[in-house]
Design a protein around this ligand. Structure first.
Ligand SMILES: Nc1ncnc2c1ncn2[C@@H]1O[C@H](COP(=O)(O)OP(=O)(O)OP(=O)(O)O)[C@@H](O)[C@H]1O
Length: 214
């Protein structure tokens, strides 16, 4: 199985502090990679690098057989990135937020697909409320509905379980498992203990660039 996304000799320094050094990492079809480490160890920074959003690093990124920089558009069209912040627009309703995401992604989409995505994350009945009026967990669910909207193989998720209740955590874990079982790839950071379902590759970031790949 050839890896879809590969990082070789990846190093990153921020504010004079080495976050990680000479990191090798690969994520391919059917794999879930979890980046672990204490607060400030560089997990978000690594996810931003690996999703093409931050380029102040040393090392090489490859997508398939090509340097990522050469196939950036193709890479981005295969990716869903959900950041630490939900990235949703407070004044828009849940449905409008999803329409906005689809427009940004160049998808026409349909209201039926958006309603289906909201149903999958347990938000039926809340679709027409401005998201400012939703709870923190419901707002996170609006963001997570993006995973249902556009089928893309690579999911990069920064703390996706934040503010989600027990039932939502179980549903999201199942969703991640199904995506991987269907040949997708998931790269995530979470402080939440994942229920063991299939194999999880772990990347441990330490303080001062002391990194371990398990
Ligand atoms: N925008 C920024 N400008 C400058 N330095 C930053 C910036 N964002 C993060 N850093 C630095 O990079 C370090 C790593 O931050 P990062 O957000 O990647 O850590 P993290 O492991 O995701 O932490 P957490 O578990 O708290 O979310 C921080 O300690 C900080 O010093």
């Amino acid at each position: 199985m050839s890896a879809r996304l590969q990082a070789r000799n990846l190093s990153c320094e921020r504010d004079g502090r080495m976050l990680f050094r000479d990191l090798d990492l690969a994520i391919g079809p059917g794999e879930l990679v979890r980046v672990e480490g204490p607060n400030g160890s560089g997990k978000t920074t690594l996810l931003k690098i690996l999703s093409g959003q931050f380029d102040d690093y040393q090392g090489e990124l490859r997508w398939g057989d090509a340097p990522l920089s050469r196939v950036r558009e193709a890479f981005l069209s295969n990716l869903v990135y959900l950041g630490h912040a939900t990235g949703i627009k407070a004044a828009l309703t849940a449905l409008e937020n999803l329409a906005w995401y689809q427009a940004l992604a160049g998808d026409t989409g349909s209201e039926a697909s958006r309603l289906e995505a909201l149903q999958a994350v347990g938000l039926m009945g809340f679709e027409d409320l401005p998201v400012a009026q939703l709870s923190a967990g419901q707002q996170r669910r609006v963001a997570l509905a993006r995973l249902e909207l556009t089928p893309r193989p690579l999911w990069v998720l920064d703390e996706p379980f934040t503010a989600i209740d027990k039932a939502g955590v179980a549903a999201l874990e199942q969703r991640l498992h199904d995506h991987v079982a269907g040949g997708g790839s998931v790269l995530l950071t979470t402080h939440h203990d994942l229920t063991a379902q299939g194999s999880v590759k772990r990347v441990q970031l330490g303080e001062g660039g002391d990194d371990v790949i398990l």
